[in-house]
Design a protein around this ligand. Structure first.
Ligand SMILES: Cc1ncc(COP(=O)(O)O)c(C=O)c1O
Length: 394
């Protein structure tokens, strides 16, 4: 059996992590993996999360099965967080999933059942797991233009032109906010144009909302998902609590569907549960219960929101500091776009030789598409990084 295999490719993020760990130069700068880090390079547990865990420890009475849909009160709270009252609740169904990745997978399986011949369109570039996952599910995957590395902005006209050419056999995967890897995002006006295009063509909207609260704030970051849900008859939405609750290893996410009417919402939900049952039977509860407790408790919710807001503003400040530091050294506005981007990442648009030079000469590590994680930078590292980038690109 196993002799038939050749070695599968290693995920490039995990390969980079191994490389960084093996580098013992002091002061190395890790801009790689997609987790939030404070100035000391730690990924702390949020205090609202700690408090919710203490409550679970004190009051939980059972570890019995939670059921195929998972923690239903969690899912209800997550629908509220993403959609508020933009969509009538009786058209929305949701199932807890193991992380945003799990939610994406459940929804891809569902959409494949709904339209086996559909083509799934992802942005160029996109999160490296979208394409392999969609291909594993059996979709033909194509890309729509998204990012212009020359300007650091969205190539919106080209994107729209491609979307305008789609039809009912197409599914369009959109990043709800904080685009990964680029950091360049649609404005509310651009979202409205995308919605008008989808309305015209009948292409199916599929939204990946993995960073709500990391960009312009919890409300602003949900503009796209609420606008799409408010106008279009059918939508699939995958959300994650990995980043905004810092629950990476607990694997907490939610798969949501918006259907045309109550009857179709119920059948879509039954299919979603059927997919989950035959895959992993039911999701893990601990992280979802933490989120439920926080979102249902006014005091804890306020504490969580304040912690999230502090993380968000720190990332925005880091962006400005890095853009300023590069500008003062290079006397050019070439990297000003970093301050305009939102979320944890920016794609710098650096060529491979420059990325390699930064690694060998400065122990600066970024992914080979030049994506950097802005969250892990303290003040001193921002200055050193600016020095290194300006030297390497001169
Ligand atoms: C765009 C995007 N979608 C989904 C995910 C999945 O997150 P998780 O499965 O860790 O919740 C990530 C994680 O990095 C992401 O960047």
């Amino acid at each position: 059996m196993f002799e038939t295999f050749s070695k599968a490719p290693q995920d490039k993020i995990f390969a980079l992590m191994a490389e960084i760990a093996a580098d013992d130069r002091p002061g190395k700068i890790d801009l790689g993996i997609g987790v939030y880090k404070d100035d000391e390079g730690n990924t702390p547990i949020m205090s609202a999360v700690k408090k919710a865990e203490e409550r679970i420890l004190k009051s939980a009475k059972t570890k019995s099965y939670i059921g195929v849909a998972g923690n239903k009160a969690f899912s209800k709270a997550m629908v509220g967080l993403a959609l508020d009252d933009a969509v009538p609740a009786d058209r929305v169904r949701a199932a807890q999933a193991p992380g945003g990745t799990g939610a994406l997978w459940v929804l891809m399986q569902l959409l494949k059942r709904g339209n086996p011949d559909a083509t799934l369109w992802v942005s160029d570039p996109t999160w490296p797991n979208h394409k392999p996952m969609a291909e594993n599910v059996g979709f033909t995957v194509k890309t729509y233009p998204y990012f212009d590395p020359e300007t650091g902005k969205v190539r919106f006209e080209e994107m729209l032109k491609t979307l305008d050419g789609l039809g009912t056999n197409d599914i369009v995967l959109l990043h709800g906010c904080c685009h990964n890897p680029t950091g360049a995002n649609l404005t509310p006006e651009q979202w409205d144009q995308v919605i008008a295009s989808l309305q015209k063509t009948g292409a199916f909207p599929f939204i990946d909302l993995a960073y709500q609260g990391f960009g312009d704030g919890l409300e602003a970051d949900s503009y796209g998902v609420r606008a799409v849900g408010g106008v279009l008859p059918e939508v699939a939405i995958a959300t994650s609590c990995s980043k905004n609750f810092g629950l990476y290893r607990e694997r907490v996410g939610c798969a949501m569907v918006i259907a045309r009417d109550v009857a179709q919402a119920d059948t879509a939900n039954s299919q979603m549960l059927n997919i989950i049952r035959s895959a992993y039977s039911q999701p893990p509860d601990h992280g979802a219960e933490i989120v439920r407790i926080i979102l249902e408790d006014e005091e804890l919710k306020a504490e969580w929101k304040a912690e999230l807001e502090a993380m968000r503003t720190r990332m925005v400040e880091n962006r400005q500091k890095l853009a300023d530091a590069i500008r003062t050294r290079s006397n050019s506005s070439d990297f000003d776009f970093v301050a305009e981007h939102r979320g944890m990442f920016s794609l710098l648009g650096l060529p491979k030789p420059v990325i390699d030079r930064l690694k060998t000469e400065n122990a600066v590590y970024m992914l080979d598409d030049s994506r950097i994680n802005i969250a892990g930078l303290g003040d001193e590292r921002i200055q050193r990084l600016a020095d290194a980038i300006v030297n390497a690109t001169r």
